[in-house]
Design a protein around this ligand. Structure first.
Ligand code: ZN
Ligand code: ZN
Length: 283
């Protein structure tokens, strides 16, 4: 293809799904095609991990589909060799009591990147942690985020203020910072990265996850950032990345990260911005 970006591709999409999770659409090769169109170097496939005992089974692959997932990513990687660097990743649910299961699962394949996610909307979370006091539920969510980082199982903590969209009537970001700051202190101490997830603009509280003041607090603690569109359709690969990186710059960040072989790679935001190819809207 004719290359119209200013510099060569350097950035990865670090959060994308496959149809195996039962709520995403399109083949991984279509996601890779969009990654190429947007001037990305690579695509990290991070489908929801299989969990035992029917845990939140409606939105993830079954345990016996895991090999199919690994094969699907490998096949797409071969198909796009030399054009888009397609890698095997995983979005793994963090839920207290499943640490040993996760440890085994994460050792069972050569993952390049593992996102750790606390999903407050799943039935298991609601049953265990929900109450009428939504502020208390929000506090619990941020405590669990810190705990997830402390397990050492994950490379980056996904959409780290997701709770706001499920408790929006009780969300007060200013008040919440009192509980977010100590959680961020704990996360910073682990060295684990956190995600700026652009899909938040399509949710109940229409802003990226996390919100700008929380990003600024993360910057104060030198917490590295991975970028994710959380694409469940191919068209959303790298969606909002320009806006996201400009927001990061306003919060004082000069670099973004992605992972290869579970090692953090860092690139300059100014270069990443120059490497992106703008979305062309059909006329
Ligand atoms: Zn998620
Ligand atoms: Zn996701």
């Amino acid at each position: 293809m004719e290359y119209i970006g200013v510099t060569s591709p350097i950035l990865f999409e670090s959060h994308s799904h496959t149809t195996l999770c039962k709520h995403a659409y399109g083949e991984p090769s279509e996601y890779a095609a969009m990654a190429e169109k947007r001037g990305l170097r690579g695509l990290m496939v991070t489908c929801h991990n299989p969990m035992p005992d029917g845990f939140s089974a409606a939105v993830r692959m079954a345990e016996d589909q895991f090999d199919e997932y690994v094969d699907l990513v490998a096949k797409t990687r071969d198909q796009w060799q030399g054009r888009v660097d397609v890698r095997l990743g995983l979005e793994a649910d963090y839920f207290e009591g499943y640490e040993t299961f996760l440890e085994k699962q994460l050792a069972s394949a050569d993952f390049h990147f593992v996102l750790g996610s606390v999903h407050p909307q799943i039935p298991e979370f609601r049953q265990k942690y929900w109450s009428d006091d939504l502020h208390e539920v929000q506090k619990t969510y941020f405590r669990l985020l810190a705990k997830s980082a402390e397990t050492g199982l994950f490379d980056s903590i996904a959409h780290p203020d997701l709770i706001k969209n499920f408790t929006s009537e009780a969300w007060d970001s200013e008040r919440m910072l009192d509980d977010i700051r100590p959680a961020l202190d704990r996360i910073a101490a682990t060295g684990v990265a956190m995600e700026l997830n652009t899909s938040g603009v399509n949710k109940t509280i229409s802003e990226m996850n996390p919100f700008p003041a929380m990003l600024a607090e993360m910057r104060l603690r030198d917490i590295p950032i991975t970028l994710g569109a959380d694409a469940h359709v191919a068209e959303r690969v790298a969606d909002g990345y320009e806006t996201a990186m400009q927001l990061l710059q306003r919060c004082g960040y000069s670099h973004v990260s992605f992972f290869l072989g579970r090692e953090r790679q860092e690139i300059e935001i100014s270069q990443a911005l120059n490497s992106l190819i703008p979305v062309t809207t059909p006329v």
